[in-house]
Design a protein around this ligand. Structure first.
Ligand SMILES: Nc1ncnc2c1ncn2[C@@H]1O[C@H](COP(=O)(O)OP(=O)(O)OP(=O)(O)O)[C@@H](O)[C@H]1O
Ligand SMILES: [Mg+2]
Length: 450
């Protein structure tokens, strides 16, 4: 007896009953719903292993169902049903990530076979997630969340360099997890029993940085009342994390280079070089190659540091990870409480541009966790700016005319506006519209634009 649950959404009650009967007979548990709204609400209460939805329905249509389902669970297979003659919408649904479509009328075997494939696929996905979890476990990147391809590629390299002493340069925008990865590399490597010492090169006053990094001896300068170990010595046997290395003065860059080459440090006012055994991981949100070209960063140090470079992808380039991160932070900020984020809020979180990356997402969830009046986090608990920036369709489409509106006209105009806004730059316009560049070009051709 199979026991997979299937959410079945169709506004046609007789067809719904026929399919329900056939699937129940085949051993599935069926959750019937007469509208998209009802189906999504049901899904929030009862987990399902697959969704079958009609495309054309009054109110929330099948494509919107697909979008909402995937906002909550990107791995849940959605099969769409289309009537003869509406194949375009099925193609659209496939492009948007539907598992498959079937054309009405269909026979029961067709539907059952499609479902069996969907469950096999779901099983494989789970297996994938489990394997990835194992990889993460192996490298003990605890609490480092992300299963998107881009993020996994970074984790994979990080995992492989962890076991060596190679210098690593981590670049990426603010809040993308540079420090998180640096710690992961340290704690999953051979030096994990040694110290991890983080130094923010931008936060230490210029006059103190040399003594902070390399230490000083008593009397080396006014105020040096006793001997002091520098961060490099403190990190002996472990890892030093030189954060914001792009902000370091050029003369100090030369000194860091020396440590890397000679594996020794000179205390300020000291008698001579002392050996240190440290691994160096550096991070910056500047484009160091450009800094080199423009003479602000030493080329030789750049090459020393960038033996292995990890580029942390911005959150907007790995939206698949957003649902995982949401769940992670919800647990973190609501310990012991069963808090959920509703579909609208999830969609807004996924569609937002995230200039502040994971840090910003974490802050938004922390804030919502404090403000929430119930166990459900909704749009009202999110900052206004998120709703303005495309999170809420209502804010874009203010007045729907009574006599209907042409979706194609709307889409065409939206594309023109997006291209205008980005001065004809297709890559940026596509990013703005959250579609791929080929999709944008395809639609531009379709509407005869340029
Ligand atoms: N993959 C991730 N999984 C879980 N939490 C993450 C992840 N990436 C980042 N964070 C969280 O986001 C916040 C910012 O991360 P981190 O400090 O590593 O960013 P950063 O790249 O060093 O940013 P900055 O350049 O501003 O210093 C931290 O609170 C961290 O815990
Ligand atoms: Mg940082």
């Amino acid at each position: 007896m199979k026991k997979e649950s299937i959410l079945l959404i169709d506004d046609d009650s007789s067809l719904r009953r026929v399919i329900e009967f056939s699937l129940t007979e085949a051993g599935y548990r069926v959750l019937p719903a007469a509208s998209g709204e009802e189906g999504i609400a049901l899904l929030e209460k009862e987990p399902a292993d697959a969704v079958i939805t009609d495309i054309t329905m009054p109110g929330m249509d099948g494509l919107e169902v697909l979008r909402r389902v995937h906002a909550a669970d990107p791995g849940l297979p959605v099969v769409v049903m289309t009537a003869y003659g509406t194949i375009e919408s099925a193609v659209d649904a496939m492009k948007q990530g539907a598992f498959d479509y079937i054309t009405k009328p269909f026979n029961r075997d067709e539907l059952r076979l499609t479902l069996e494939r969907a469950f096999r696929f779901r099983g494989l996905e789970r297996e994938n997630v489990r394997l990835r979890a194992e990889v993460m476990d192996k490298y003990r990147f605890d609490g480092v969340i992300g299963s998107s391809e881009k993020f996994q590629a970074v984790l994979d390299v990080a995992g492989r360099v962890a076991g060596s002493d190679t210098t690593v340069l981590i670049t990426g925008e603010s809040g993308t997890g540079k420090e998180v990865i640096a710690r992961g590399i340290h704690y999953s490597g051979t030096r994990s029993a040694g110290p991890f010492v983080a130094v923010n090169c931008a936060a230490i006053p210029e006059t103190l940085i040399e003594s902070e990094l390399f230490g000083h001896v008593k009397g080396a300068f006014t105020g040096a009342v006793k001997n002091k170990e520098g961060k490099f010595e403190l990190a002996d046997g472990g890892t030093i994390f030189l954060d914001e290395i792009g902000e370091l003065r050029v003369d100090l860059q030369a000194k860091i280079l020396r440590v890397l080459q000679e594996r020794t440090v000179d205390r300020v006012g000291g008698a001579g070089p002392e050996p240190v055994n440290v691994r160096v991981i550096a991070a910056t949100n500047r484009d160091l190659e450009r800094e080199v070209k423009e003479g602000r960063f030493r080329e030789d140090l750049f090459y020393r540091l960038s033996v292995i470079t990890l580029l942390m992808p911005p959150l907007r380039d790995r939206r698949d990870d957003i649902p995982l991160l949401i769940d992670h932070f919800i647990k973190k900020y609501n310990p012991g409480a069963a808090v959920v984020v509703d579909g609208d809020a999830r969609a807004a979180l996924i569609n937002y541009g995230w200039p502040g990356n994971v840090r910003e997402l974490e802050n938004v969830i922390e804030r919502a966790s404090v403000l929430r009046r119930t166990d459900r986090i909704g749009l009202q608990d999110l900052p206004d700016k998120m709703l303005r920036s495309g999170g809420s369709v209502d804010d874009i489409i203010l007045n729907l005319p009574d006599d209907g509106v042409s979706l194609e006209e709307l889409e065409k105009n939206l594309i023109i506006k997006a291209l205008d806004k980005h001065k004809g730059n297709q890559t940026r316009a596509a990013e703005f519209l959250r579609i791929s560049r080929p999709t944008l070009i395809y639609r531009m051709e379709k509407y005869g634009l340029k």
